[in-house]
Write a protein that binds this ligand. Structure first.
Ligand code: DQA
Length: 149
Protein backbone atom coordinates (compact mmCIF):
# COMPACT_ATOMS: atom_id res chain seq x y z
CA UNK A 1 0.00 0.00 0.00
CA UNK A 2 1.40 3.39 -1.00
CA UNK A 3 1.21 6.37 1.31
CA UNK A 4 -0.13 9.86 0.62
CA UNK A 5 1.78 12.58 2.48
CA UNK A 6 -0.36 15.56 3.46
CA UNK A 7 1.76 18.54 4.51
CA UNK A 8 0.41 21.65 6.20
CA UNK A 9 2.43 24.82 6.62
CA UNK A 10 2.32 27.79 8.97
CA UNK A 11 -0.76 28.67 11.02
CA UNK A 12 -2.77 25.70 9.79
CA UNK A 13 -2.50 24.31 13.32
CA UNK A 14 -4.94 27.14 14.17
CA UNK A 15 -7.72 25.85 11.92
CA UNK A 16 -11.07 25.99 13.67
CA UNK A 17 -10.32 29.25 15.46
CA UNK A 18 -8.34 31.08 12.75
CA UNK A 19 -10.53 33.40 10.63
CA UNK A 20 -13.45 30.93 10.48
CA UNK A 21 -15.22 33.08 7.87
CA UNK A 22 -12.31 32.30 5.52
CA UNK A 23 -11.14 28.84 6.61
CA UNK A 24 -14.26 27.31 8.21
CA UNK A 25 -14.87 25.79 11.61
CA UNK A 26 -13.13 22.45 11.19
CA UNK A 27 -9.89 21.84 13.07
CA UNK A 28 -6.69 20.34 11.71
CA UNK A 29 -7.63 17.12 13.53
CA UNK A 30 -10.93 17.13 11.62
CA UNK A 31 -8.97 17.60 8.38
CA UNK A 32 -6.76 14.63 9.27
CA UNK A 33 -9.89 12.48 9.78
CA UNK A 34 -11.25 13.64 6.42
CA UNK A 35 -7.92 12.80 4.75
CA UNK A 36 -7.83 9.36 6.40
CA UNK A 37 -11.26 8.58 4.93
CA UNK A 38 -10.23 9.81 1.46
CA UNK A 39 -7.02 7.75 1.64
CA UNK A 40 -8.95 4.63 2.67
CA UNK A 41 -11.18 5.10 -0.39
CA UNK A 42 -8.13 5.34 -2.66
CA UNK A 43 -6.23 2.50 -0.99
CA UNK A 44 -3.52 4.80 0.40
CA UNK A 45 -2.01 4.97 3.84
CA UNK A 46 -1.88 8.49 5.29
CA UNK A 47 1.06 10.45 6.67
CA UNK A 48 -0.33 13.80 7.94
CA UNK A 49 1.97 16.55 9.21
CA UNK A 50 2.03 20.27 10.08
CA UNK A 51 4.91 22.65 10.68
CA UNK A 52 5.27 26.39 11.10
CA UNK A 53 8.91 26.18 9.94
CA UNK A 54 9.98 26.54 6.31
CA UNK A 55 13.13 24.44 6.66
CA UNK A 56 11.21 21.57 8.22
CA UNK A 57 8.84 21.63 5.23
CA UNK A 58 11.87 21.57 2.88
CA UNK A 59 13.23 18.54 4.77
CA UNK A 60 9.87 16.76 4.49
CA UNK A 61 9.63 17.40 0.72
CA UNK A 62 13.15 15.99 0.30
CA UNK A 63 12.19 12.96 2.41
CA UNK A 64 9.09 12.57 0.21
CA UNK A 65 11.28 12.57 -2.91
CA UNK A 66 13.27 9.64 -1.52
CA UNK A 67 10.10 7.72 -0.59
CA UNK A 68 8.59 8.41 -4.03
CA UNK A 69 11.76 7.14 -5.71
CA UNK A 70 11.61 4.03 -3.51
CA UNK A 71 8.02 3.42 -4.62
CA UNK A 72 6.44 3.71 -1.17
CA UNK A 73 4.83 7.16 -1.64
CA UNK A 74 2.09 8.15 -4.11
CA UNK A 75 2.81 11.86 -3.74
CA UNK A 76 2.21 14.91 -1.62
CA UNK A 77 -0.79 17.13 -0.95
CA UNK A 78 0.73 20.41 0.16
CA UNK A 79 -0.96 23.39 1.78
CA UNK A 80 2.09 25.57 2.31
CA UNK A 81 0.06 28.42 3.81
CA UNK A 82 1.76 31.79 3.50
CA UNK A 83 5.04 30.18 2.34
CA UNK A 84 3.19 29.59 -0.94
CA UNK A 85 3.63 33.28 -1.68
CA UNK A 86 7.21 33.70 -0.45
CA UNK A 87 9.25 30.52 -0.68
CA UNK A 88 11.74 29.93 -3.46
CA UNK A 89 13.19 27.23 -1.17
CA UNK A 90 9.96 25.20 -1.32
CA UNK A 91 9.76 25.66 -5.11
CA UNK A 92 13.32 24.33 -5.39
CA UNK A 93 12.61 21.45 -2.98
CA UNK A 94 9.65 20.27 -5.07
CA UNK A 95 11.60 20.53 -8.32
CA UNK A 96 14.71 18.95 -6.85
CA UNK A 97 12.96 16.03 -5.19
CA UNK A 98 10.90 14.96 -8.21
CA UNK A 99 7.91 14.04 -6.07
CA UNK A 100 4.47 14.86 -7.51
CA UNK A 101 2.87 17.60 -5.43
CA UNK A 102 -0.73 18.75 -5.50
CA UNK A 103 -0.83 22.35 -4.23
CA UNK A 104 -3.86 22.91 -2.04
CA UNK A 105 -5.55 25.97 -0.58
CA UNK A 106 -8.69 26.00 1.52
CA UNK A 107 -9.64 29.50 0.37
CA UNK A 108 -9.81 30.91 -3.15
CA UNK A 109 -6.57 32.86 -2.94
CA UNK A 110 -7.34 34.63 -6.24
CA UNK A 111 -10.43 36.23 -4.71
CA UNK A 112 -8.35 37.60 -1.82
CA UNK A 113 -5.54 40.16 -1.36
CA UNK A 114 -3.20 40.64 -4.36
CA UNK A 115 -0.20 39.32 -2.38
CA UNK A 116 -1.92 35.89 -2.34
CA UNK A 117 -2.30 35.77 -6.13
CA UNK A 118 1.26 34.65 -6.81
CA UNK A 119 2.41 31.17 -5.92
CA UNK A 120 6.03 30.01 -5.98
CA UNK A 121 4.73 26.45 -5.74
CA UNK A 122 2.38 26.36 -8.75
CA UNK A 123 5.10 26.18 -11.44
CA UNK A 124 6.61 23.17 -9.64
CA UNK A 125 3.32 21.47 -8.70
CA UNK A 126 1.57 18.75 -10.69
CA UNK A 127 -1.75 20.52 -10.14
CA UNK A 128 -3.55 22.99 -7.91
CA UNK A 129 -6.84 22.72 -6.00
CA UNK A 130 -8.20 25.78 -4.22
CA UNK A 131 -11.34 27.43 -2.99
CA UNK A 132 -13.35 24.36 -1.97
CA UNK A 133 -12.80 24.66 1.76
CA UNK A 134 -11.29 21.70 3.61
CA UNK A 135 -13.14 19.36 1.20
CA UNK A 136 -10.30 20.25 -1.20
CA UNK A 137 -8.00 17.92 0.77
CA UNK A 138 -10.16 14.93 -0.24
CA UNK A 139 -10.26 16.18 -3.85
CA UNK A 140 -6.47 16.44 -3.83
CA UNK A 141 -6.05 12.89 -2.48
CA UNK A 142 -8.38 11.66 -5.25
CA UNK A 143 -6.26 13.59 -7.76
CA UNK A 144 -3.11 11.91 -6.42
CA UNK A 145 -4.61 8.52 -7.27
CA UNK A 146 -4.65 9.60 -10.92
CA UNK A 147 -1.08 10.90 -10.98
CA UNK A 148 1.28 8.86 -13.08
CA UNK A 149 5.03 9.23 -13.29
C1 DQA B 1 -4.02 29.18 2.52
C2 DQA B 1 -4.00 30.52 1.78
C3 DQA B 1 -2.74 31.31 2.13
O1 DQA B 1 -2.75 32.54 1.43
C4 DQA B 1 -2.67 31.57 3.60
O2 DQA B 1 -1.48 32.25 3.93
C5 DQA B 1 -2.83 30.34 4.43
C6 DQA B 1 -3.83 29.37 4.02
C7 DQA B 1 -5.35 28.42 2.31
O3 DQA B 1 -5.40 27.25 2.64
O4 DQA B 1 -6.33 29.01 1.83
O5 DQA B 1 -2.21 30.18 5.46
O6 DQA B 1 -2.99 28.37 2.01
Amino acid sequence: MKTALVLNGPNLNLLGTREPAVYGAQTLADVETLCRQACATQGFGLDFRQSNHEGVLVDWIQEAGRAYAAGTLAGVVFNAGAYTHTSVALHDAIKGSGVPVIELHISNVHAREPFRHHSYLSPAARGVILGFGVAGYALAITALAGVTA
